[in-house]
Design a protein around this ligand. Structure first.
Ligand code: NAD
Ligand code: IPM
Ligand code: MN
Length: 352
């Protein structure tokens, strides 16, 4: 069982270190880790945010554990050299089109939410975000108008096969949950979204046991804070999913709690090849202070064990250890507490 570990920038290495400690504590026979550079650190060391060496490691492994990328020093670089191209490049090259971002309020954690506890209590949802299409991967241009004004253009596009495969992922996920699917789009304005909605409706014919509704993204953003308990599975495009998942994290309590799995179709000897990462970024504002909450990274290893290695029992053990630590009052600064990154790692390890 080969795992590529790409810590990246900012708090990426700090939270990944704790995730790896938890993974290694399980002592799984045959588990081998291979580290690689991504993001700003890779640009500084190798001149590229996703060097060929790193790509080769990813290709040769059964799963990727990813920290975070992003470095303010690199924000002025040409776009293809910016740290973020590492994660976008991995998603595209490894064809990881399905991004699963679960958001759940654990019993006793209601007060951590930005919402009132009685509203937060009911949150148990899964955002299925399309990850390799949309305005992220369309043509991009800077241009100059005839009057000399500068302009920018990013093409938003989906083709039906891209929508159909993510719709299947979402319907199947709903089948394993409460059988309710909400497809989020902006079909009242965007042609891309009308195609999205048409294809989701066609796909629904194969899932008569799943209740499907459609919601415009502006309303979805509102409903997510008004009555988040109404959602089971949300399926949406790349850009809307990015935004709604950060919002969902604060409905739960912190962006430092939300993990993700990015999956494609490739099967390995052990399960589905995937990339696992917290939904948060490199958090330059708190980097190198030992204050980052590693729980999202730790929970990402649980998702990896579940989806890429068929190790449901070990995944459950990690999730239970994190839940116990939270129940015992272990809180990082993001949750109003004082526990540092390695202290939180220790607390999870003890309970594991
Ligand atoms: P961010 O998620 O890095 O940080 C947003 C806020 O949340 C910050 O105040 C940060 O301190 C806090 N935060 C994030 N994770 C935390 C944790 N584990 N514990 C405690 N607090 C935490 O988003 P941003 O500031 O918009 O972006 C910073 C950089 O990260 C940018 O370069 C961006 O492109 C990049 N980014 C990368 C990824 C990724 O690698 N997948 C994801 C999001 C953003
Ligand atoms: C995320 C991040 C990335 C995204 C960035 C860093 C490219 O925000 O994983 O949520 O927009 O997908
Ligand atoms: Mn994001």
């Amino acid at each position: 069982m080969k795992v590529a570990v790409f810590p990246g920038d900012g708090i990426g290495p700090e939270v990944t270190r704790e995730a790896v400690r938890v993974l290694e504590a399980l002592d799984l026979p045959g588990l081998t880790l291979f580290e690689g550079d991504v993001g700003g650190i890779a640009y500084k060391r190798h001149g590229h945010p996703l060097p060929e060496e790193t790509r080769a490691i990813a290709r040769s492994c059964d799963a990727v554990l990813f920290g975070a990328v992003g470095d303010p020093d690199c924000d002025a670089l040409e776009r293809h050299l910016r740290p973020e191209q590492a994660i976008l490049g991995l998603r595209e090259r490894l064809m990881l089109f399905a991004n699963l971002r679960p958001a759940k309020v654990l019993p006793g954690m209601e007060a951590a939410s930005s919402l009132r506890p009685e509203i937060a209590r009911a949150i148990d949802l899964l955002i299925v975000r399309e990850l390799t299409g949309d305005v992220y991967f369309g043509d991009k241009q800077r241009f100059v108008c005839q009057n000399g004004e500068r302009g920018g253009r990013d093409v938003m596009a989906y083709i039906e096969s891209e929508v159909r495969r993510i719709a299947h992922t979402a319907f199947r996920a709903a089948r394993g949950r409460k059988r309710r699917l909400c497809s989020v789009d902006k079909a009242n304005v965007l042609e891309t979204s009308q195609l999205w909605r048409d294809v989701v409706i066609e796909t629904a014919a194969e899932y008569s046991d799943v209740e499907l509704e459609h919601m415009y993204v502006d309303n979805a953003a509102m409903q997510l804070v008004r009555d988040p308990g109404r959602f089971d599975v949300i399926v949406t495009g790349n850009l809307f999913g990015d935004i709604l998942s950060d919002q969902a994290s604060m409905c739960v309590g912190s962006i430092g709690l939300l993990a993700s799995a990015s999956l494609g179709e490739r099967q390995t000897e052990y399960g589905t090849f995937g990339l696992y990462e917290p939904i948060h970024g490199s958090a330059p504002d708190i980097a190198e202070q030992g204050r980052a909450n590693p729980m999202a990274a730790i929970l990402s290893t649980a998702m990896m064990l579940r989806h890429s290695f068929g190790r449901e029992a070990e995944a459950g053990r990690i999730e239970a250890a994190v839940a116990l630590a939270l129940a015992d009052g272990v809180r990082g600064s993001d949750l109003g507490g004082h526990a540092g990154t390695s202290e939180i790692g220790d607390a999870v390890l003890e309970r594991l």
